[in-house]
Design a protein around this ligand. Structure first.
Ligand code: KE4
Length: 429
């Protein structure tokens, strides 16, 4: 008998492209159909057929306090009684702006938007307006949302669906975007030498999480900072995933590198649609209505989204969520490394805080090319075997797993038992 999920998916496919509102949800990379979620609470999700899963995707980032945290639900419920949207400045927007600027010292001024894509798109336009230059440097496998200028060798769903460059993006746009291998200092220096005063900005995920998870090698971020300063280009950190997750001040706090602009999203909305971008006041002041760079949004700073984001961020700080996430992450890493030690397949495990990735490939993995050595067939077998046993990992090798403060040590122990069980059935074929 057809499951409720497959019935829903069949109907969805009649009315929604690919049956999904975002490609990564289609489970194409793991060769199956998606399940439909009925509800979610803490670290658990239940599909419409009543199956329960421990969730390591967390809505791709927002659910850092687990699903439906009481403080966030209560804040949204309370805000809703005062109106759902005003299109008029309101106090929570000011509170959110002050919180973001206090938590991220590189941000002197910030503007709220409705998604990570809007945040990075606005950073690019602002950088071009501020520097009066057109070219952008990005890195292979980094994903910054579906911005035309950045859908060049992009990661995440763009990579998963085998077309890192999207149809519909004019060649002229692609010509203005230089995409380099992450961690390749020589090619960065060469690109700057060859494009001297034409580079408006360098944009990157300081800790790339959209081609699996890997890390900036020694001094890479410092060198980017120096090159941008030397050539008058802006350094843009896309911290849509890492912002307020890897540390209170994001990756820029951990690596002590100050970008000129930062894009934020996911966690700052508490599950509601929120993005933000901010940076040095002299740059941000170029934005309309003060400056010539236009950027706008009907629902930017929406009162419910601000209430959700403020409640989530304040709770994260109150419970020292970063300490909780590090402790849970350490436990998870210990269990996975024990399983890896016994496994008969090539595996590389990367983790920082609550972010992790299990590559079905040997080390080192330092960029897209090395990440793409992964055995996708093995990953797919692993993904489905875990799903069947009630563990939901991201449905693609080229994504990053996320732990929430609501995962319990017991959840993690159970996950470890299942990973070991599944690994025992797998050998490199
Ligand atoms: P959104 O427009 O999806 O809110 O954010 C785009 C974005 C920007 N920057 C980074 C570093 C991101 O990871 C994202 C979006 N992340 C993907 C998952 N890796 C969202 C999932 C999806 O596309 O449905």
């Amino acid at each position: 008998m057809n499951s409720r999920s497959s019935q829903l998916f069949a109907t969805a496919q009649q009315r929604v492209p690919g049956g999904v509102n975002s490609p990564v949800r289609a489970f194409r990379n793991v060769g199956s159909k998606p399940f439909f979620v009925a509800r979610a609470e803490d670290a658990k999700i239940w599909d419409v057929d009543g199956n329960e899963y421990i969730d390591y995707v967390g809505s791709w980032g927002p659910a850092i306090l687990g699903h439906a945290p009481k403080v966030v639900v209560d804040a949204v419920r309370e805000a809703a009684t005062r109106g759902l949207s005003f299109g008029i400045p309101n106090p929570p927007e000011v509170e959110m702006a002050e919180l973001i600027c206090n938590w991220m010292p590189s941000i002197e001024k910030v503007r709220m938007v409705n998604s990570g894509t809007e945040a990075t798109m606005s950073c690019i336009r602002l950088a071009r307006g501020f520097t009066r230059r057109d070219k952008i440097i990005k890195f292979d496998g980094c994903y910054h949302g579906h911005v035309d200028a950045l859908l060049v060798k992009a990661g995440s769903g763009a990579l998963t669906h085998g077309r890192p460059d999207s149809a519909g993006v004019p060649q002229a746009f692609v010509d203005l975007t230089v995409s380099l291998p992450f961690n390749d200092v020589d090619l960065v220096r060469k690109a700057f030498r060859e494009n001297k005063n034409e580079i408006a900005a360098v944009i990157l995920e300081p800790i790339p999480a959209n081609a699996g998870l890997y890390f900036p090698q020694k001094d890479f971020l410092f060198i980017l900072r120096d090159e941008c300063t030397k050539y008058g280009a802006l350094l843009i950190f896309d911290e849509v995933i890492t912002g307020f997750r890897v540390a209170r001040g994001g990756a820029q706090q951990i690596y002590r590198v100050k970008p000129d602009l930062t894009a934020l999203g996911k966690v700052i909305g508490g599950g509601l649609p929120v993005g933000a971008f901010g940076g040095r006041a002299e740059i941000m002041d170029k934005l309309s209505p003060d400056g010539p760079v236009y950027q706008a949004g009907t629902l930017s700073g929406n009162p419910l989204a601000m209430a959700a984001g403020l409640a989530q961020l304040r709770e994260l700080e109150r419970i020292d969520g970063w300490k909780v996430l590090e402790e849970l992450g350490e436990q998870f890493e210990e269990i996975v490394r024990a399983a890896i030690a016994k496994a008969k397949v090539d595996l590389t495990f990367h983790r920082i805080g609550s972010m992790f990735c299990l590559f079905f490939a040997g080390s080192p993995i330092v960029d897209l090319a090395t990440a793409q050595r992964s055995n996708l067939k093995m990953f797919t077998t692993f993904f489905h075997a875990c799903l069947k046993r009630g563990i939901y990992f991201a449905p693609s090798q080229f994504e990053t797993g996320l732990i929430s403060t609501q995962h319990t040590p017991k959840d993690i122990e159970r996950t470890g038992v299942i990973i070991c069980e599944v690994m025992e059935t797998m050998t490199t074929t």
